[in-house]
Structures are given as C-alpha cells and as structure tokens.
Design a protein around this ligand. Structure first.
Ligand SMILES: C[S@@+](CC[C@H](N)C(=O)[O-])C[C@H]1O[C@@H](n2cnc3c(N)ncnc32)[C@H](O)[C@@H]1O
Length: 380
C-alpha cells in the first residue's frame, strides 16, 4: 500500500494526513480516528458529502417516510403546550442531515400556528454541504434557521430538541480488558494495509472512567465502549434545564442497558465496510448506550423517559392512523411507497426494535408516547 493508493476513489488525502499524524505523534485513539474520519474540516465524511439515499451510503427514517417527521412535529406541539407555551421557543435539531425531518415536522405543525409563531429554528450541524441541503429543504417552510456547530452555542431559553441518528455519529473510545486491566484501542500505521488497530501499551490508570455497569462482570477479552461527547451533551442540556423548560428527544439504534461489547461499524454504498480501509469515504458509527444516557441524565437532575422502541413510539403517536389518512388522498403510484415506508420504520424486524427513543426533560413534563412506560428503561 502506498500513501496515495485508495482503491477506486482517487488519492485519499485523509489517509495521507492520518498517516503523517501517526508517524509524528504515535498511535491515535479510536475516538480521534472517528472524529477525523467524520468531521475533518477538509476531508471528513460529513464535511464533504451528502451521503443519503439510493445513490449514497445509507438512508434514515425521515428519508424513508414523511410520517416520521410529521409525528415528531406534532409531538413537539404537544410538548410545547405542556411546557406552558413558552415564547420564544428554541426548536433545536442536532445533526439534521438533509433537513427532511425538520421540514416534515414544520409542515405538520401548521395545525398549531401559535406554536410556529413561537418556534425559532436552530440547526446544530458541522457539515457545510449538509447546511446547504438543509437551507434548500427548509425554503418551503418560509423559516430561516440559525446554524451552530455545537448544542452549547444555541442561545438560552425554553427548548425542544430533536436528535435522530446524531449520537451514533459521536466518536467512541474503546477499551480492551487484559489480565484484569483496561487498555485503550488505538490506530497505528501498518505497511501492508495503511492503518491497523492496536492497543495502548499502558493500562488505563483511571478505570473509574468506565461506568460501573460496563466493568461489572467483564472478563478478559471484553471490549467496553464509552462516548464522552454524549455525556458532555447531556451535561450541557442539564445546565440549560436548570433555568428553562427543556424536552430533548433522542432516537437512535442501540441498547437499552449498558453492557460490554464492540459495536463500531463502517457503512459504504449500503453495505458494511472495513472501518480502516478508506478513511473519510465510509460512515463510521457505534450503537448508542441508552442505559448510560439515562444514567448521566438522572445524575444531572433531568427526568428520563424510556427508552421505548421506535415501533412503540411511532405507534403511540398514531403512525397507523396517519398512514391510513395519507393513503386516502394519495395517488395510486404513491400508495406502495407510503405503506412500505411506514412499515420499514416501525416493523420490529426492520427499524422498529433496534431503534429506540428516549426523552430527557426538565422536571414535571411527561412527553407524549412515554406515559405508561417505565422511566428507567426496564421495558426493552
Ligand atoms: C446519520 S446523519 C443523521 C441525519 C438526520 N438526523 C436524519 O435522520 O436523516 C448524522 C448527522 O449529524 C451530523 N454530525 C455528525 N457529527 C456531528 C457533530 N460532531 N456535530 C454536529 N453535527 C454532526 C452530520 O453532518 C449529519 O447531519
């Protein structure tokens, strides 16, 4: 392998940059590698492309069914009313992709003009390419969103926040257990393949960094994942919630309880890929640990609702009824797509069970679709 060889995609500038960095600094952590692959300011995966749809690498629920964003828009209206109709409302979306979810949500929320009057739109997005797509997609709504690079930059005030498949893109650190100690997983140079996984030579000095739920019962050979960016985000939201009403909705694939295991995956052209083969040319993600998300939120005085499965969440919000309604007025050519899209996002054998939904709120709010479900995530 030479520095400029990347298979069929031309010279891989990010691979060259990473190899130079590792040659001068030594191995980098998996989290540093993920961050560079996804968000490098010049060559990162999201920085340089719109990866969605049949011609891209993967698709997401809002791109599959308009009903997904519409139901979330109505969820926001009900939550806003239960907050006492604060004005202005910061309506925040983290990682909005093409802006499809927000566009569908705002269209559905037209049933509540007073909500739309109160809502100011904030999109937290690092990709310039996707910011442009979001601006185009939101044109029809007549709304001018504000863009920020971090959730903490959104001005204070009452807020409803939505994050669909955002947390899975935040870098994870991995630790491998050997002879009772934990060693961080890193990326090093490899002459044959360009890059290879390795472990740090020294054991982790502060095993408390790993949540007790992950360490308990772990045996040699186990791998644990932590996502510091998710913990920091929850702390940022908790700080907001001390002064203002807050309701944050997280939808992602992942597990309800913390457990050891390796979930890093690379996806390219709708297929799994080698995470080290083409840095910057494949989406890199890892499952979301909803158990940990709820634990950090609870410790920071946020109320935790769920997780519930995506199937339960969408079912409780009226997916079936909305689908039937759309079918009544749809043209014949669109019916098949409406029905198959609704099935795909909610069917437990497709996205309905792997994807989970959790709401974190300031005190005294019970958002729709969570009433009647346990607050601690014991259901799934
Ligand atoms: C998998 S896409 C999800 C897109 C969208 N929510 C959807 O459901 O179609 C991840 C999104 O998060 C953005 N993103 C990734 N890492 C980010 C970061 N650290 N800060 C802000 N946005 C980020 C990406 O550019 C992209 O818009």
């Amino acid at each position: 392998m030479t520095l400029s060889s990347t298979g069929n995609s031309g010279p891989n500038a990010l691979l060259i940059k990473l190899r130079r960095r590792i040659a001068s600094e030594g191995p980098i952590t998996l989290a540093q590698y993920m961050d560079a692959c996804l968000c490098d300011p010049d060559h990162g995966y999201y920085t340089t492309r719109d990866p969605f749809g049949a011609g891209g690498d993967f698709t997401t629920a809002p791109e599959i069914s308009q009903i997904f964003g519409e139901l979330i828009g109505l969820w926001c209206v009900v939550v806003w009313r239960s907050m006492g109709k604060p004005e202005p409302l910061r309506l925040i979306e983290l990682g909005p992709g093409r802006g499809t979810l927000m566009a569908d949500a705002l269209r559905a929320a037209k049933v509540a003009p007073e909500f739309l009057d109160a809502a100011h739109i904030y999109l937290v997005e690092t990709s310039p390419v996707l910011r442009e797509a979001q601006a185009r997609n939101l044109e029809a709504s007549g709304r001018k969103p504000h863009w920020h690079a971090r959730a903490g930059d959104v001005p204070e005030g009452a807020a409803i926040l939505i994050a669909n498949e955002f947390l899975d893109a935040l870098p994870v650190r991995q630790f491998v257990r050997r002879e009772g100690a934990w060693f961080e997983r890193c990326v090093e140079l490899c002459e044959e393949r360009g890059l290879a996984f390795c472990t740090a030579p020294d054991a982790l000095e502060t095993p408390d960094l790993l949540p007790r739920g992950l360490r308990a019962g772990a045996v040699d050979g186990d791998i644990c994942e932590i996502r510091p960016g998710a913990d920091e985000l929850v702390e940022t939201l908790a700080a907001r919630a001390q002064n203002h009403a807050l309701s944050a909705l997280f939808i992602d694939y992942g597990h309800a309880r913390s457990a050891p295991g390796e979930t890093l995956q690379a996806v390219r052209a709708h297929d799994f890929a080698d995470p080290l083969a083409l840095p910057g040319y494949a989406d890199l993600t890892a499952h979301v640990d909803f158990g940990r998300l709820g634990e950090v939120a609870g410790k920071n005085a946020l109320e935790v609702h769920g997780p519930v499965s995506q199937a339960e969440f969408l079912g409780a919000l009226g997916l079936k009824e909305r689908c039937e309604r759309l079918m009544e007025t749809a043209q014949d050519k669109d019916r098949e797509q409406i029905a198959s899209g609704a099935l795909r996002v909610a069917d437990p054998a497709q996205m309905g069970s792997l994807f989970k939904v959790m709401a974190l709120t300031s005190g005294g709010l019970t958002p729709p679709a969570f009433a009647g479900f346990p607050r601690s995530g014991a259901r799934i």
